[in-house]
Design a protein around this ligand. Sequence first.
Ligand SMILES: [Zn+2]
Length: 215
Amino acid sequence: MTIINLENYNASLKDVYLITGQGVTSNIYVFTGETLTIVDSGNGAEENRIRPKLKEIFSTIPNVSKTILTHFHFDHIRGLDELTEFYDLDIFIHKEEVPFLRDLNLKRIKEINAGDKIMLGEYLLDIIHTPGHSPGSVCLYEKKTKLLISGDTVFPNGSFGRYDFPFGNHQALIQSLKRLTELDVQVMLPGHGLPTFSKVNQQIQHSYIAAKSYS
Ligand SMILES: [Zn+2]
């Protein structure tokens, strides 16, 4: 696991950290404010535990008040076990993904929907429903800073999320990518791999074109 202070890469990303993991696991983004907000929680494996990393970043382990899950896949949500063990936190996920969490017996699930706004540290992001990789996948976007948290819907360099998992949908993914091409994005924080900071609109355009060409 590595911790990346994203401000070192882009001055607008103040107090935002990326924790990368080992194996099949999502990126974990940490937004700093009075309390912490975490976007996606990784696969929950021992080597990907979150609290030791928070301690490395902050020296004392701060309170985590909420987590936002871009979708329900195990590599994004299994870290919830650790978070809910230690924190009384709100878990935000799109309403169409809630049924997939049923077995986890989670308290404090808050449904999010397209058009909602959510505060992550200093950022106020719009929820964009981007089905395709999963029915209730979401991206989060802040117009002011042109920041996109893209989950597994779109990745850098013309890549995009798989649509061949159960409940995936190719046509829906194409429409979601089209929607994302309409945004002006300068920073993309994807669910896997490294963030990207240059020519992001072009990269998303390439993803859209590439997804359309698949059949
Ligand atoms: Zn996924």
